[in-house]
Design a protein. Structure first.
Length: 241
C-alpha cells in the first residue's frame, strides 16, 4: 500500500481544498492548505492527490524523496521569509544531486511551457513549443527524462533564441500570478472587482508579465523580483498600468 505512492511535484493548491490525501491513505488527517502549497503524490489508482508535508512523509517509504521533486511554488512570496534567514552552511553537491537538480529544472520547464502556462485562458500561442511535445507526453505518463533529454531541454531554455518571457523564471512568475488571480476572482463578490481582476488576468495571458502597479492594484503578493527577468533593461514596464 505505502509503496504505491509516488511523489510527483510541489505545487499550488486552492487554500479551500479540504483534504490532503485519498480516502485509502492510512494514517492521514483531513486539513486544508492555508498557504496554498501542497506536495502532489500519485496514488495506487494512478491519480494525483495533494498532501501536506507531514501526511506525505508519513505515507512514503522514503520520506526524503519529497525533496527530490520539481517545485512549482519556488517563486511564491512565501519564500521571502526563508530568504531573510541566514543561509545554513552548504556542502558541495554530489554529481548525483547535480544531475537530479538539472533533471528537475528540465522537467519543470517542459511542464510550465506545455501545461501550466499553456493552459492559461487566452495565453499567447508562443508558450507551447511543439519541439517539446514528445517530452511532455513522456513526463505526463510518469516517465523520467534521460540525461540527453535533460541537456536538450536546458539548451532550449538557455538559448538566445528563447525570449526572456519564455525562460523558466518568468514562466514561474506567470504561473504564480495566474494561480493567485484565479483565487481572487473566485473569492470576489463585486462585479467591478471581478471585471478588473479578469482584465489583469487577460493582460497576463497576452503579455506574460505584470507591472508592480498591476500587482499592487490586484492585491496579490508576489516575489519581490517578480517579472524582472522578463525585462533585460533596468526599470521595467512602467507604461503597462
Amino acid at each position: 500500500m505505502h509503496g504505491s505512492w509516488t511523489p510527483v511535484r510541489k505545487d499550488f493548491v486552492d487554500p479551500a481544498t479540504a483534504r490532503c490525501h485519498a480516502r485509502s491513505a492510512k494514517g492521514g488527517r483531513h486539513h486544508g492548505f492555508p498557504e496554498g502549497h501542497a506536495y502532489i503524490l500519485r496514488g495506487p489508482d494512478g491519480h494525483e492527490y495533494p498532501f501536506g508535508l507531514e501526511c506525505a512523509r508519513a505515507i512514503l517509504v522514503v520520506p526524503d524523496s519529497l525533496e527530490q521533486v520539481p517545485d512549482y511554488t519556488e517563486r511564491d512570496a512565501l519564500k521571502r521569509i526563508e530568504a531573510d534567514l541566514p543561509a545554513p552552511p552548504r556542502r558541495k553537491p554530489t554529481a548525483a544531486e547535480l544531475e537530479l537538480e538539472r533533471r528537475n529544472a528540465a522537467t519543470r520547464y517542459v511542464v510550465l511551457r506545455m501545461e501550466k502556462v499553456a493552459a492559461v485562458p487566452r495565453v499567447q500561442p508562443t508558450v507551447r513549443f511543439p519541439a517539446l511535445d514528445d517530452l511532455y507526453r513522456q513526463i505526463a505518463a510518469g516517465g523520467t527524462l534521460s540525461s540527453a533529454q535533460v541537456q536538450r531541454v536546458l539548451a532550449i531554455e538557455r538559448s538566445h533564441a528563447t525570449p526572456p518571457k519564455l525562460k523558466s523564471i518568468n514562466l514561474l512568475d506567470v504561473y504564480t500570478a495566474h494561480v493567485k488571480l484565479e483565487w481572487l476572482i473566485a473569492a470576489a463578490n463585486r462585479v467591478d472587482r471581478i471585471r478588473f481582476l479578469r482584465s489583469l488576468h487577460d493582460w497576463l495571458a497576452r503579455h506574460l508579465v505584470l507591472s508592480a502597479a498591476q500587482i499592487e492594484a490586484a492585491g496579490i503578493v508576489m516575489h519581490p523580483h517578480a517579472f524582472r527577468s522578463a525585462w533585460p533593461s533596468e526599470g521595467g514596464p512602467a507604461e503597462l498600468f
